[in-house]
Design a protein around this ligand. Structure first.
Ligand code: ZN
Length: 152
């Protein structure tokens, strides 16, 4: 295994064991649920928007595999403080990165270093659904789509 792959695995392991921004958010303004029946992942995203356009706080809770949990943890760190417009860009970039393995050319303006630890899932279609669940869910939460997001 290459050093970079080993590093990526360590980062994923760390986020899955000690997820950041985990738990229910008090006084949230936006919420959504995501399920991935194939793997049994389910999570809830809570967010508070400032001035109706910027993420002031974001958390998640639920139960999922290591990939789902790590990706949700990394997602919350990435979008915290971002405007809705920027969140949308990050979601698009991550969906591309998770399926193609990279998104640097299409989104040169974004810092994707943290997200790239999950680029390895692109080789495993079933794991792409785990990795992208939180990103679909945050988009649904911000669009006031209260329906449950499902990968199936
Ligand atoms: Zn999973």
């Amino acid at each position: 295994m290459s050093d970079i792959k080993r590093l990526y695995q360590e980062v994923i392991f760390d986020h899955s064991r000690r997820p950041r921004n985990y738990g229910k958010l008090d006084n949230y303004t936006h919420k959504s649920e995501g399920v991935n029946p194939l793997c049994g992942d389910q999570l809830t995203i809570y967010a508070t928007l400032k001035n109706d356009s910027q993420i002031e706080a974001i958390t998640f809770e639920g139960s999922g595999c290591a990939i789902t949990t790590a990706s949700a943890s990394i997602m919350t760190e990435t979008v915290k403080g971002a405007t809705q417009e920027l969140v949308d860009k990050y979601v698009n970039a991550f969906l591309l990165l998770a399926t193609e393995g990279t998104a640097a050319l299409e989104f040169p303006e974004l810092d994707l270093a943290k997200l790239e630890v999950l680029s390895g899932v692109s080789a495993f279609p079933a794991r792409v659904k785990c990795a992208t669940l939180a990103w679909h869910a945050v988009r649904a939460a911000l669009s006031d789509n209260s329906e449950i997001v499902s990968t199936e």
